[in-house]
Each structure stands twice: as structure tokens, then as C-alpha cells.
Design a binder for this molecule. Structure first.
Ligand code: AMP
Length: 183
């Protein structure tokens, strides 16, 4: 179901630009490819403008590597706020704060630069897809570890059957979860 703030016509247009790639990157995964949407200037603009409406009470926009960067950086420019990269481990050159989380097989780690942003600032976290919610929860934990306050978390697409929203809600009942498209 589309977000209630979301115009149904826009939903149809934008939703049709998500390409389904079965068995990528491995068998059993139904990959949601957002590159057709990114290539459509109006859809990209509409989505980033919509996410920017969730940034009014944020001081910064954080994007989760890699596809979250694309949206978050555009939202940061639209809303006149700075951008914070949440990167996979080993990519940031300075002193970092890390947060590990479980994947289906093994573990992954997200990092932000320590001491880059003054403690207490509010951060809108942005990613492309909400699936099980593990990545999002790690990003929320990471932002908090850095002394910052997650103001909300926003996604282009929610794969609702995978339960990410309820997982985030259980862990952070007060946090607003915004999605542009859901299936
Ligand atoms: P999760 O931690 O399970 O919520 O997965 C979310 C992260 O993995 C996001 O950064 C997505 O880019 C990526 N992701 C997970 N599942 C998919 C999928 N089916 N299609 C595209 N990206 C996905």
C-alpha cells in the first residue's frame, strides 16, 4: 500500500520503475532494482522531494551505503542539510564508530566517522529498501552510539512481508518509519 501522504498516480508511475530481478545476488533472493527509477528524472525528483518532507525536524541526512547514498545525498541538497555517510566497515579513513549486525549468513558492520557531527544533532536515516530491518536497526544503533538522535528513518521501498517495520517498531517504538512504496 502506498504511504497515505503519497499521491496514487505518482505511486503507479514510480512503482512501475522498480525492476524485479529473481535470484540476485544469490538464488532465492528477489532483488528490487531501483536503477530504472533513478534513471527517470521525474520519479527520482518526486521520491527525493517526498523523503525531504520527512527531514523538516532533522539537522542532517544520513545515507546507508551504497544505494542509500544516492537518495540521501539528493534529499540533503533539497532540504538544505548536510549528508552523513553510513559506510560498510573499512571504508572510512578517520576514527570510526562501528555497529555489527547479523546477516542471514554471518555478520556485517556499519561505520560512521567519530567526532564529525556535534552530539545531540538530529538525523534522518535514509536507505533504498526495508527488508528484514537488520540493516536499519544497525544504522539506528550506530547513529545513537555516535551521540546523535535518529529523527526518523525513510525508505524508498518496503518489502512488507519480511517484517522489517515491526522489527524496528518493537526495538524503537517512538521512531517514525516512512516508506514511499510498499508491497
Ligand atoms: P535488511 O537488513 O534485510 O532490511 O536489508 C536491507 C538492505 O539490504 C538494504 O540496504 C537494501 O539495499 C538491501 N536489500 C535487502 N533485500 C533486498 C532486495 N530484495 N532487493 C534489493 N535490495 C535489498
Amino acid at each position: 500500500m502506498p504511504n497515505t501522504q503519497y499521491d496514487a498516480q505518482m505511486d503507479k508511475h514510480v512503482g512501475g520503475l522498480i525492476r524485479i530481478i529473481p535470484d540476485f545476488p544469490k538464488p532465492g533472493i528477489i532483488f528490487k532494482d531501483i536503477t530504472p527509477l533513478l534513471a527517470d528524472s521525474k520519479a527520482l525528483d518526486d521520491c527525493c522531494q517526498m523523503i525531504a518532507t520527512y527531514a523538516t525536524d532533522a539537522d542532517y541526512i544520513a545515507g546507508i551505503e551504497a544505494r542509500g547514498f544516492i537518495l540521501a545525498a539528493a534529499v540533503a541538497v533539497i532540504s538544505g542539510k548536510g549528508f552523513i555517510p553510513i559506510r560498510k566497515s573499512g571504508k572510512l579513513p578517520g576514527k570510526v564508530i562501528s555497529q555489527s549486525y547479523d546477516l542471514e549468513y554471518g555478520k556485517a558492520t556499519l561505520e560512521v566517522h567519530a567526532d564529525l557531527i556535534a552530539a545531540g544533532k538530529r538525523v534522518l536515516i535514509v536507505d533504498d529498501v526495508l527488508a528484514t530491518g537488520g540493516t536499519a536497526l544497525a544504522a539506528i544503533d550506530l547513529i545513537e552510539k555516535a551521540g546523535l538522535i535518529p529523527s526518523a528513518i525513510a525508505f524508498l521501498l518496503e518489502i512488507a512481508p519480511l517484517g522489517g517495520r515491526s522489527r524496528i517498531k518493537t526495538a524503537r517504538p517512538g521512531l517514525q518509519i516512512q516508506t514511499i512504496l510498499a508491497e
